[in-house]
Design a protein around this ligand. Structure first.
Ligand SMILES: Cc1cc2nc3c(=O)[nH]c(=O)nc-3n(C[C@H](O)[C@H](O)[C@H](O)COP(=O)(O)OP(=O)(O)OC[C@H]3O[C@@H](n4cnc5c(N)ncnc54)[C@H](O)[C@@H]3O)c2cc1C
Length: 420
């Protein structure tokens, strides 16, 4: 990787051992026992590709978007939905892709997940016709970038009561409003936007529509998000944008259902990215502390260093098992219409997203304290990973909202048996 401005003070023996290849080697030791043979093949091929084709092109002075077409060439913009001729798709493959990409470049993976999963998944599930297929081709190739517009200036956690409006006509709708914190927004080509035709009845009147950069009235401005300098996050304004009916992904009222069903996939994909950050920083700390010496011995030989690292690995292994479990459960959300199961899955994915993103932050933060000053420089990836983990914890719903969904889910169980 090219450096931003800082000098390189990493010892050669650390550098020699702390390669992405070695980090993947350690990672595979923990992951391969949890996955099947096809998944293992997928992971190993992906890791070779990332090391050989993507890593040499990473420039920390540049946005991540020029790396998208490289991922797109091998169908690695997402692996949740079937696209192209591969049979290796589904939430477990998507999680492996997120983990391996995050280990190499957490900012790249954040932007990829937004375009490839959070934007594209609703198109795969609800979009129809040649036009949607064309949009998906463009986004899957990595040539075009997608974003999701839910959050508004005055409606974040309370997303349902949004103020963005839709006026309905026979052949089109008119979209008006302002969305904020749109990841990829300032460079985005396609915007999946939620708006309502009746602000007093948002659930029954919510639409999900696809706006395009080229449409008259679409305006974007970059926000100064300092933790992820290579990913553009913005304010997105829709000034009476005329949107043809073919761009309606969720019609009146269906938009609300799509919003909530889409959040499970969103949370699961973020779990993969967070776990990747956890593995990147935990393994970096493990390798580094076994090489770095102080007081005449590797610092890992001090139990005050090795015990906390062992604890972080234990927690991360448990969270990874849970992450794969939530990925396997995701398939069932698509298959079953039983409300009890859908509610359970919403709560389960929320709880796991809370746990994984919080753990990624904790591991990255602790790794800095356990390894020392070098982790604050750009010689290692730990500080960058720490910053991205903070974002992972708030996108897809703040920590409290995940806990709110879990608390509501577990209360429902008691309600059923205790008739409260
Ligand atoms: C870098 C970044 C990227 C993002 N990308 C996107 C994107 O691509 N698309 C998009 O639509 N949005 C995006 N978001 C928005 C993100 O989803 C929201 O920030 C999040 O949902 C919280 O909304 P808010 O910031 O308005 O906080 P608020 O809703 O104002 O909440 C503030 C705090 O209050 C607490 N809180 C609120 N309600 C409750 C409650 N009921 N119970 C307990 N505590 C509560 C929480 O601790 C919360 O953190 C992004 C945000 C960031 C920072």
């Amino acid at each position: 990787m090219k450096k931003i401005t800082g000098v390189d003070i990493l010892d050669d023996d650390v550098k020699k051992n702390l390669t992405t290849r070695n980090i993947y080697e350690v990672f595979n030791n923990f992951i391969i026992p949890l996955i099947n043979e096809e998944e293992r093949e997928f992971l190993e091929t992906l890791e070779d590709f990332l090391i050989n084709e993507v890593e040499p092109k990473i420039d920390l002075n540049k946005d991540v978007y020029s790396l998208f077409p490289i991922l797109g060439k091998k169908n690695y913009i997402q692996r949740l939905n079937q696209y192209g001729d591969t049979e290796k798709y589904g939430m477990r493959y998507e999680m492996l892709l997120a983990m391996a990409t995050s280990i190499m470049d957490p900012e790249l993976d954040l932007a990829r997940v937004v375009s490839g999963v959070i934007f594209a998944n609703p198109l795969f599930l609800h979009g129809k016709g040649e036009y949607i297929a064309y949009v998906l081709d463009e986004v899957m190739s990595g040539q075009k970038v997608g974003c999701l517009c839910i959050t508004e200036r005055h409606h974040g956690s309370d997303a349902v009561n949004m103020q963005t409006t839709i006026e309905e006509y026979n052949e089109h709708i008119i979209l008006d409003g302002e969305k904020v914190y749109t990841t990829n927004g300032p460079v985005g080509d396609y915007f999946l936007v939620f708006g309502v035709s009746n602000k007093n009845a948002p659930r029954g009147s919510m639409y999900q529509v696809l706006a395009e950069r080229e449409m008259e009235g679409v305006e974007t401005h970059r926000l100064g998000i300092q933790s992820i300098p290579r990913v553009q996050v913005g304010q997105t304004i829709f000034n009476s944008v005329k949107i043809p009916n073919q761009n309606i992904i969720g019609s009146r009222g269906q938009g609300y259902k799509n919003l909530f069903s889409g959040l499970v996939a969103e949370r699961d994909a973020i779990i993969g990215s967070s776990l990747g950050i956890g593995w990147l920083t935990a393994i970096t700390a493990l390798i580094y502390t076994n090489i770095r010496t102080q007081f005449g011995k590797p610092i890992y030989d001090f139990q005050a260093v090795s015990f906390p690292i062992a604890q972080l690995f234990t927690e991360l292994m448990a969270a990874t098992e849970l992450g794969f479990k939530s990925a396997s459960e995701y398939k069932k959300t698509l298959k079953y219409s039983d409300q009890k199961f859908i509610k359970y899955n919403a709560a389960f994915s929320s709880g796991t997203k809370f746990l994984a993103s919080n753990l990624a932050y904790k591991i990255s933060y602790e790794a800095q304290q356990l390894c020392g000053g070098i982790t604050f420089t750009d010689n290692l990836r730990i500080d960058k990973a720490l910053e991205v983990s903070k974002v992972q914890e708030i996108i897809g719903g703040a920590r409290n909202i995940q806990l709110y969904l879990v608390s509501r889910g577990i209360k429902d169980i008691v309600k059923r048996i205790a008739s409260l």
